[in-house]
Design a binder for this molecule. Structure first.
Ligand SMILES: [Ca+2]
Ligand SMILES: [Ca+2]
Ligand SMILES: [Ca+2]
Length: 496
């Protein structure tokens, strides 16, 4: 937690007095300027509930656009209360303010997955080289392009290349300067990558690391990822009982907090985002399809579906419950490739109180034709929260530049990682290039899992610190991220 400057603290006291009337817009009264609180200031302010002078919320009526209220009770339970009218909502809010069993209440905010672009999927079995679906001209151009790249890359393999046939397109793992992207105008730079092959050679697993992926669903039975999926060994499948008493019946493979059931894969396009993120992290090195990052290791991926629908939408409640489940069931690292522009107190509190390390996507411009933004100035949450247990990740392309849609911020964003034209599994045998900070975050999550699991005793915060201390410097990131680089997994694993 960053400390507030003294002058600002004094000003905050004045700002607090304004809460009752202008709850949604909080300003710092400064001698020279009036400005919005930064994310860090807001988080600090939110963290000390005593400063609320008895108030249980910082949100105004207009924030409750869905006419429902998310309530945290003093016993730790959480409830979403729907209202049928604005009048009923107003009455409820007044009642909650007076209710001694209520700790905090707020709107149930909306989140969405942080990918901006997907190219046509292709099948990995019909040919030794990818064959694309989609518009015929586009698919044809793509196929030809990849054939050329393949000839070049296969002729100059990395000495530690795995045998997975599409490894040569995974420029984020090792960039030999041949991959210019899925039709993008990118001049690839050798070694703009996370040094994965060198890391694989050095990696020795010491203990398991359970990694929670809170995202859309995941095709957990895909042959590329099924051997790395976490299973709840204390739960008996299909007997209709909550055998381990964790509050979830038959939660053998995680839970679906989006629909509140045990089905973590819908079998439709809505779960491609999570499947893509999952396979980037743990796809098997099995001479088939792609290679994951942490597939050689002791990583177990806990699938928690909290996003669904066409755009991968979720809410405060679905994500918060997934975080609590992850922690209670042994996860130590948690990937959040999702975001919102709203400062969400309950999500903030849940993350702050968690012992897990969170890897968060820095977010993308909401309009894919526009540039990303500085989230120190205009926050994206949870990436902008100033917490020690968050690493926020921007999206780098193969040339060593931030993708134009990627958010950035020297205070809010710790590092970038490969996130542009990332090849991974969409579903079944179909692969897809996806672009977004959503794709960058799993690279860091997998790296964190390997660093953590390669030590007997390292904490997750020490793990995060090692990743930050061993970043590979990238010129374009010096002024746009706190660390000025991308993970160097080989250097991180070699850290003593
Ligand atoms: Ca259970
Ligand atoms: Ca059971
Ligand atoms: Ca594979």
């Amino acid at each position: 937690m960053k400390k507030l400057p003294g002058r600002l603290m004094i000003c905050l006291a004045a700002a607090l007095l304004m809460f009752h009337t202008t709850a949604a817009n909080i300003y710092v009264a400064d001698s020279t300027e009036n400005r919005d609180l930064t994310a860090g200031e807001m988080a600090t302010l939110q963290d000390d509930r005593s400063d609320y002078r008895g108030m249980k919320t910082i949100y105004s009526l207009s924030d409750y656009d869905k006419n429902e209220v998310l309530v945290l009770y003093t016993d730790g339970s959480v409830r979403l209360i729907p209202c049928s009218s604005r009048e009923e909502l107003k009455t409820l809010l007044s009642r909650l303010e007076e209710d001694p069993s209520v700790e905090v209440y707020q709107p149930d905010f909306s989140y969405s997955a942080d990918a901006v672009e997907t190219t046509p999927a292709f099948s990995s079995v019909s040919s030794s080289l990818p064959v694309f679906y989609g518009a015929p001209e586009e698919a044809q151009a793509m196929t030809e392009y990849l054939r050329e790249r393949a000839e070049f890359s296969i002729a100059q393999p990395h000495p530690l290349s795995p045998a997975d046939p599409y490894y040569y397109l995974q420029w984020g793992l090792v960039n030999n300067g041949t991959f210019t992207g899925a039709g993008a105008e990118v001049v690839p730079q050798v070694d703009i990558d996370i040094n994965a092959p060198e890391a694989w050679a050095a990696y020795r697993a010491k203990r398991p690391a359970v990694v929670a992926l809170i995202d859309t669903g995941v095709e957990y039975e895909n042959p590329e990822i099924r051997s790395s999926i976490w299973t709840n060994e204390d739960e008996t499948d299909g007997n209709g009982l909550d055998d381990d008493g964790n509050g979830f019946v038959d939660d053998v493979r995680g839970w679906n907090f989006y629909s509140n059931n045990r089905q973590i894969y819908a079998g439709t396009a809505e779960d491609e985002h999570g499947t893509h993120c999952a396979a980037s992290m743990v796809a098997a090195s099995n001479a088939t399809s792609i290679s994951g990052i942490a597939d050689y290791s002791n990583i177990r991926l806990m699938v928690l579906k909290a996003l669904g629908g066409k755009g991968g939408e979720g809410t405060t409640l679905s994500i918060m419950k997934a975080i609590q489940y992850a922690e209670q069931n042994g996860a130590v690292i948690c990937n959040l490739s999702l975001g919102t522009g709203v400062n969400d107190y309950l999500l903030y509190k849940t993350m702050k109180n968690s012992r897990m390390l969170f890897i968060t996507a820095a977010g993308n411009s909401e309009d894919p034709s526009k540039k990303g933004r500085d989230i120190d100035q205009e926050p994206c949450y949870p990436a902008s929260y100033s917490l020690d247990n968050i690493l926020s990740v921007a999206n780098l392309d193969a040339s060593g530049n931030l993708h134009y849609t990627s958010n950035y911020g020297r205070a809010s964003v710790d590092m970038a990682a490969p996130g542009t034209d990332i090849l991974s599994i969409a579903s079944g045998e179909q692969l897809a290039f996806m672009t977004g900070t959503s794709m960058a975050a799993p690279m860091v999550t997998a790296a964190a899992a390997m660093v953590y699991s390669s030590s007997w005793s390292r904490t997750v915060l020490e793990t995060a610190d090692i990743l930050k201390k061993t970043l590979k410097p990238v010129a374009a990131l010096q002024d746009t991220t706190g660390g000025g680089g991308i993970p160097d997994l080989a250097a991180a694993l070699a850290w003593k």
